[in-house]
Design a protein around this ligand. Sequence first.
Ligand SMILES: NC(=O)c1ccc[n+]([C@@H]2O[C@H](COP(=O)([O-])OP(=O)(O)OC[C@H]3O[C@@H](n4cnc5c(N)ncnc54)[C@H](OP(=O)(O)O)[C@@H]3O)[C@@H](O)[C@H]2O)c1
Length: 212
Amino acid sequence: MEVVIAGGHGKIAMLLHPMLKEKGHSVKGLIRKEEQADDLRKAGAEPVLVDIEKEDDISEYVGQADAVVFAAGAGPGSGKERKWSVDRDGAIKLIEAAKKNGIERYVMISAMGLETPRGDEVFQVYQQAKAQADEALRNSGLNYVIVKPGRLTNDAGTGKVKLAEKLDRGEIPREDVARVIAEILDKDSIKNVEFDLLSGESNINKALLDFV
Ligand SMILES: NC(=O)c1ccc[n+]([C@@H]2O[C@H](COP(=O)([O-])OP(=O)(O)OC[C@H]3O[C@@H](n4cnc5c(N)ncnc54)[C@H](OP(=O)(O)O)[C@@H]3O)[C@@H](O)[C@H]2O)c1
């Protein structure tokens, strides 16, 4: 399978590339900084240089694929404007590119708790931007999976998760989020669903199959 990941040098994306490669998939990562290209190659992904904020139509960079993953984000240091231009509009540009290029499957890295925005103004805008991107994907006609992790940590993954339509707040290592996405991409039966995701007690495969 060919997979294109927007936010190709993100922390989750960098963990996901070798997992997908090991499963025999080929991966392209969209990045905006040329100096990140070698990191992607070392992780098993082909870098494609594009700034998803500057381009209106990213379809030629996305190209042909079986699935896309939105793993980009403006990040904690950014202001309100970039929450809209990356977290919402970047995700929507990837939806439009997938539709234009006939790519049916879209996995969104969203976040839990978006329906009750909390925190300071910038964080509230981030949550609204993510919620609007999710809504655009639900209405896109694409075959979608919206993964809504709790607070992300850089701890080593445990391979054990808890996933459900709604969970109380908690956290999960990025490595386990990457593993969940790698497994989703292998399972065509998982489609048009969304779930909160935290560390837990179930093996990832079992948790996914019990949920769908
Ligand atoms: N932090 C949390 O606790 C939490 C919780 C739930 C969900 N999430 C979501 O999880 C997702 C992935 O998290 P992560 O920690 O792996 O993200 P990350 O390490 O912050 O990576 C985000 C990537 O997006 C890229 N990006 C930003 N603007 C771009 C642009 N204009 N064009 C192309 N690429 C661009 C960044 O590249 P540059 O190096 O060029 O900036 C970066 O590599 C994000 O969507 C985040 O919102 C986070």
